[in-house]
Design a protein around this ligand. Structure first.
Ligand code: FE
Length: 200
């Protein structure tokens, strides 16, 4: 696949269809500028600031994309919906059709998100899929699976971990994992951050 992509790229550049500098900008964008660290900022602010949380749940597109929000917008982030996880309700996101994913806040999707087994099984057996991710929910917690569309993209607002009272937005952001924003994981708890070499 690598070789085929490179051959195609060389051909397109040679024929003048593609500007190599433009390709570099695109790659740099999705390697460095856009990624789950953006979503983590959104989640951390929602945890730290009740007004922001209310705005995010009311109008995620504006709360994420507007200048008063974060200005995270662009392709695949035009229509955003935030889904709040609670002890009673756990939200998970999939694209059963292909791989729709909120790029401006999460970057490009992981390989498993695009895999046929995830896409088909999460709908039929969400609890089993969560188990594969090492996530166990109480029996009484309802699980809701949201199917992304060509337009609508979802961001899960995970539960704020215990023991983080008084933490700053920057500290909180370090607890937010990519999977917790898809619904296939939880946010880290402070002890896990310490295990990972953190100092919070
Ligand atoms: Fe899709």
């Amino acid at each position: 696949m690598d070789i085929r992509v490179r051959a195609l790229e060389t051909l397109l550049i040679d024929k003048g269809f593609v500007d190599p500098a433009a390709l570099d900008v695109l790659i740099d964008t999705y390697e460095h500028r856009v990624g789950p660290h953006n979503g983590a900022q959104v989640i951390a602010r929602a945890w730290a600031d009740p007004d922001y949380r209310a705005w995010l749940l009311e109008d995620a597109t504006a709360a994420i994309g507007s200048e008063e929000g974060f200005g995270y917008r662009g392709r695949q982030g035009e229509h955003m919906v935030a889904l709040e996880n609670t002890p009673k309700l756990h939200n998970m996101v999939v694209c059963t059709l292909c791989s729709c994913y909120p790029w401006p806040v999460l970057g490009l999707p992981p390989v498993w998100y695009k895999s046929a087994p995830y896409r088909s099984r999460v709908v039929m057996d969400p609890r089993g899929v969560l188990g594969d991710f090492g996530v166990t929910l109480p029996e009484q917690t309802e699980i809701r699976v949201w199917d992304s569309t060509a337009e609508m993209r979802y961001l899960v607002l995970p539960m704020r971990p215990d023991g983080t009272e008084g933490w700053s937005q920057e500290q909180l952001a370090r607890l937010v994992t990519r999977d917790s924003m898809i619904g296939t994981g939880f946010a880290l708890d402070p002890a896990q951050l310490a295990d990972a070499g953190g100092d919070a």
